[in-house]
Design a protein around this ligand. Sequence first.
Ligand code: HEC
Length: 129
Amino acid sequence: MKCSAFPKLLKRTILVLFAFALGAPLCVHLFDPAFAGWLVRDRSSEEVRLGRELYEARGCQACHGAAGRHPIFEEYPEISGQRETYTYQQIIQIRDGLRTNGASHHMRSAIQSVTDSEAQAIAAYLARQ
Ligand code: HEC
């Protein structure tokens, strides 16, 4: 080994040791269910749970079916799995009379009292179905 290679090797060894010192505790933590759960937790899960409750309590289910997937009539839309922002906007626009196309008026009375934040929670729930 040439003498000039020594500092390079030393630098690499220090780097490897440093990475290990940082990485090892993290690896140990990954086996800790509490830590792993925190890492992968869906931060909006509370909102999604609330959205589900609201979806059921506000009677959306009566027309759009369980989880927005089983509308009662052919001409009623499935409202699950769409983009959250899109679903939110449609709820607000139908509520506020800005969207009046098709059979939108069928659901106006059901969503009249839905607030903006409730619509947000319902949209978050529906987007994940
Ligand atoms: C009386 C039946 C009825 C009820 C109750 C109802 N809806 Fe609807 N909804 C409809 C119909 C019909 C449409 C389709 C409107 C159209 O023809 O464009 C619709 C459309 C929608 C859309 C737009 C879908 C899209 O792809 O653009 C969303 C979002 C929606 N409803 C959410 C809700 C939510 C949330 C509730 C409960 C607060 C609800 N609806 C309650 C009948 C209903």
